[in-house]
Ligand binder design. Structure first.
Ligand code: ADP
Ligand code: MG
Length: 432
């Protein structure tokens, strides 16, 4: 199956968000021999958005150059490759995730500059390990891959390896199955720079943590650089062994925060520029005001906007931006929106919607309010700040507190947990 895309950006976005769905469809329709290819519309750099749009419209095959990006480079399991020298391994880095394309802002300054220091002196600074943490879509993967890419650029002879914790775990489980855990370990022990993404995934996986612990120690003692990401700070990583956590704190821990307004503006400008799309300041500002959750979401809206403009052959103006945004937000929130959640929860707990928004601290209302906040976070696209706003203008730390309380209660109180499961089932029915 070949998907024709107008630019690399589309390709990456599809890969990142839909690769599983595509794989499944290809498996069902084409069987094991099915392959996924992307074909990239080539455009002259000097050409502007309009012509790029027209090109897609009128000459679907014109100028198309087949580029088999086929990003999931068939990764042979490391232990098949025994005997090969390490330089023949792929780093598994996405070459587009660089420092050049990573916009710097208040939200990421510390993490970025620590990353930059490590990139230029891997294993030498005291930032070892370097742990980057932050919520989903805030640029963790991009930043750590930028570090990896820069190290490779500076020292092509270094074996830089990017691996997600999930893949690491699966490789290890395969190794156990095939009785070659020693080869597995040996492979990782040769790495000069290990970039391991989303370590929260190792939670509860005792055996995998054990081997990771040994690999970590060996690499660290040999002065090799370790770079990790996680969706929360080390102290909040549940289900990870204490001895691992204490090592994570040896180096530097830096967080990525939600992009501030200035950074959002800069990101929109840069993305549009790299797509060759012109867009006025007022549209840029409108988008930056409207989408304040994370960068991935921002990119999603930009993709839709470019696609919308290309399909309708309309220029991207404020009106189109509003329409596009509305249709996306509606999609997400039409069924289970914040209003619905408040009504649903209030009814269930037999309290009024107004009381959820009021100042009252009566126990049963507090619980109902916290549950409603929890669902708002789970089932709508609203940021913590906007959720707080919908509950009597409470601030985002109150919302965080509510989420933690509900999570804790679900963990400790079986009856509460059962109630929650019932509510979740009903909400999901509504959402489907
Ligand atoms: P995470 O790993 O934290 O979930 P990603 O690194 O996958 O997030 O980032 C999501 C998307 O947002 C990627 O396409 C990435 O390129 C983009 N992105 C994130 N932060 C920035 C930034 N500061 N500048 C430019 N693009 C960014
Ligand atoms: Mg990531």
């Amino acid at each position: 199956m070949t998907i024709q895309v107008p630019s690399q950006f589309f390709y990456e976005w599809l890969e990142e968000h839909y690769v599983q769905v595509l794989r499944r469809a290809i498996d069902t329709e084409l069987g094991a021999d099915g392959r996924l290819e992307y074909s990239l519309m080539m455009e002259k750099e000097s050409e502007q958005s309009k012509s790029f749009v027209n090109q897609v419209q009128s000459k679907p095959n014109g100028n198309a150059k087949n580029v088999n990006y086929n990003a999931p480079q068939t990764v042979k399991s490391p232990f098949d490759l025994k005997g090969l020298d390490k330089f023949s391994f792929s780093s598994q880095l996405n070459v587009n995730y660089t420092f050049d394309t990573f916009i710097e802002g208040d939200c990421n300054r510390l993490a970025r500059s620590a990353g930059y220091a490590v990139a230029n002196k891997p294993g030498v600074t005291s930032f070892n390990p370097l742990m980057i943490y932050g919520g989903v879509g805030l640029g963790k993967t991009h930043l750590v891959q930028a570090i990896g890419n820069r190290i490779k650029q500076n020292s092509p002879d270094k074996f830089v390896l990017y691996v997600s914790s999930e893949k690491f775990t699966n490789q290890f489980l395969d190794a156990i199955k095939n009785n070659n855990t020693q080869e597995f370990a040996n492979f990782y022990l040769q790495v000069d720079v290990l970039v391991i993404d989303d370590v929260q995934f190792l939670s509860g996986k005792e055996k995998t943590q054990e081997i990771f612990f040994h690999i970590f120690n060996h690499l660290h003692q040999s002065g090799k650089q370790i770079i990790m990401t996680s969706d929360c700070p080390p102290k909040d990583l549940k289900g990870l062994q204490e001895r691992l956590l204490s090592r994570f704190k040896w180096g530097l821990t830096a967080d990525l925060q939600q992009p501030d307004f200035e950074t959002r503006i800069a990101i929109i400008r840069k993305k549009m520029q790299s797509e060759g799309v012109e867009i006025s300041d007022s549209v840029v500002e409108y988008l930056a005001y409207s989408i304040d959750t994370n960068v991935r979401e921002l990119e999603g809206v930009l993709i839709s906007l470019i696609a919308q403009s290309s399909l309708t052959q309309k220029e991207i103006d404020l009106e189109l931006a509003k329409q596009t945004l509305q249709s996306i937000v509606q999609n997400i929130e039409s069924e289970v929106g914040i209003d619905y959640i408040q009504k649903f929860v209030a009814e269930f707990f037999n309290v009024t919607v107004d009381s959820l928004k009021a100042k009252t601290r009566k126990r049963e209302i507090v619980i109902a309010r916290q549950v409603a906040m929890y669902f708002a976070k789970e089932y709508t696209n609203l940021s913590l700040k906007s959720i707080g706003f919908h509950f009597g203008n409470r601030d985002h730390s109150t919302v965080i507190h509510a989420l933690t309380s509900v999570n804790d209660l679900m963990d400790t109180d079986r009856k509460f947990n059962a109630t929650m499961q019932e509510l979740i089932k009903k909400l999901k029915l509504k959402a489907a």
